[in-house]
Design a protein around this ligand. Structure first.
Ligand code: SF4
Length: 267
């Protein structure tokens, strides 16, 4: 029997998670705790039960919802297969995202291998936070990686995500040395990495890589996760006034375009 895994969503017709039209499978569970996380419902590796309150015409309505569902590889494949025609006509495929898919390697590999047999393009959206030997073995299982870089300074990485970035940087180099293509994705977060110092450090790092695709995606911060964190009973560490200055975002994009990178805002 093929392995089971815990997911919290399957999104169809996704156009921001890799090339073409894609189905994005959101894995549940992530070891990191990024302050700005846009998908806080992905973080716990267990099914969570929440109460959602909505107001309509001055009256409050509550309903209970379970976040997270255990599914088999076959369950997910049957959903993926429904959109095959769109993958074929748009150059799309499937993206495994989260949370952190690498936390469920057997399930992830089961899905990736099943897609490859069916000739469906696969993309892994990852924080890169993973034991390097495991990461090395998983690289050839996918057609493309979306590899996040959040903060480069080690102590700031610990502060803002809860963990150091040593393994992430090792894994980025392993990926760079492989035959698998990748796109670097940067969540641009006000007060954390939207400054010139970070841009310069990132450029220096990328210059040391082969980076055959020379493509980066900037993911602008938005505060929508705040209400989700409240619903989950967790602390939202970003300040209430945090807002991304669009000028900084465009400076970011311009400086990398001038350095020869293909830059996309929004993934
Ligand atoms: S790695 Fe992604 S899913 Fe995990 S906490 Fe950070 S932003 Fe959220």
């Amino acid at each position: 029997m093929l392995p089971e895994g815990l997911i919290f969503n399957i999104k169809r017709f996704s156009v921001n998670d890799g090339p073409g039209i894609r189905t994005t499978v959101f894995f549940k569970g992530c070891p990191l705790g990024c302050w700005w996380c846009h998908n806080p419902e992905s973080r716990s590796g267990e099914t969570e039960h929440v109460t959602i309150t909505r107001t309509l015409h001055g009256r409050e309505f509550c309903h209970h919802e379970a976040i997270g569902k255990t599914v088999t590889v076959e369950d997910v494949l049957s959903e993926i297969e429904k959109e095959r025609v769109f993958y074929e006509t748009s150059g799309g495929g499937v993206t495994f995202s989260g949370g952190e898919p690498l936390l469920q390697p057997d399930f992830l590999v089961g899905l990736a291998e099943a897609c490859r047999i069916r000739d469906i393009h696969t993309c892994l959206d990852t924080s890169g936070y993973c034991e390097p030997l495991l990461f090395r073995d998983l690289i050839p299982k996918f057609d493309l990686f979306l590899f996040d870089i959040k903060v480069l300074d080690r102590s700031k990485h610990i502060l803002y995500t809860g963990y150091p970035n040593d393994e992430i940087l090792i894994n980025l180099r392993q990926l760079d040395c492989s035959a698998t293509g990748y796109i670097v994705r940067i969540p641009v977060v006000p007060g954390i990495n939207d400054d010139e110092g970070f841009r310069d450090d990132l450029k220096k790092l990328l210059e040391t890589l082969t980076m055959s695709r020379k493509e980066i995606h900037l993911l602008p911060y938005h505060p929508l996760a705040k209400s989700k964190m409240k619903m989950l009973g967790r602390e939202y560490k970003m300040s209430d006034s945090s807002e991304l200055d669009q000028r900084e975002l465009h400076k970011f994009a311009d400086s990398f375009q001038q350095a020869g990178y293909k830059v996309k805002i929004g993934g």
